[in-house]
Design a protein around this ligand. Sequence first.
Ligand code: OOG
Ligand code: MG
Length: 267
Amino acid sequence: MTDLQRLAAVLDDATRTVTATPQLSAAGWLSLNDAYAVQRAGVALRTGRGDRVVGVKLGFTSQAKALQMGVSDVIAGVLTEEMRVEDGQSVDPSRLIHPRIEPEVAFRLGVDVDPADPNDDPVAAACDVAPALEIIDSRYRDFRFSLEDVVADNTSAAGFAVGAWQSLAQVRSGLDIVNLGVSLEVDGTVVETGSTAAILGNPLRALIAVKRMARQYSLPLPAGSIILAGAATAAVPLPSAPGSAVSATVTGLGRVAITIGGGGSDG
Ligand code: OOG
Ligand code: MG
């Protein structure tokens, strides 16, 4: 096992035992390239257990998030099938360390994008768009990290829910997706508001950024990939009370919701 694989195993254990771990960067030698290698090794541990890669997420594409976390470079992580929460379904908070939730926009690729092929246009490849929620759960103590730490930790990815997909071309023919209202609601109360413009000035730029990051860090972008463009607002703590509901609404795109499960006799 290499040192980088060992770090991936530490983060994987933290996830599986629901126990926060010290920041890796404290050791002082982890480069950004190393951090992406740790991320890949961590994803390999998941897929080795039967999980499946379903997409890519971006982080820190909005100022709201960069300011909240004190980290300003755009980062990319991997989404897997086990992270998926169906729209309207519940999440079990006992499997998460200190989860937060944030409203996002999701795209879906209609055709393969070869990150190395300059002729592949990721915006043209995106066929669908939907409102989305992301659950982030840093595996680090106190939800604090450096850029290298958070990349190694698969950008805090823990869960995501996507609302009803709509054809991106159809949406764009009637709606300018560059400035749509975004809100995050907890138990019916709006707790954060923003605009899709917060995402790199235009959420379609997230697709261009994803292709660039995919080329740099060996992330695959096959047809069907889900792309999370990044939160449009700051994240809020995921409520823990069973039955609580969280939703994200993007004007013109619709709404996606999850509820908090657990609290039953199985504890
Ligand atoms: C890192 C992930 C950031 C986003 O949408 O900006 C992110 C974190 O905040 O823990 O997913
Ligand atoms: Mg996010």
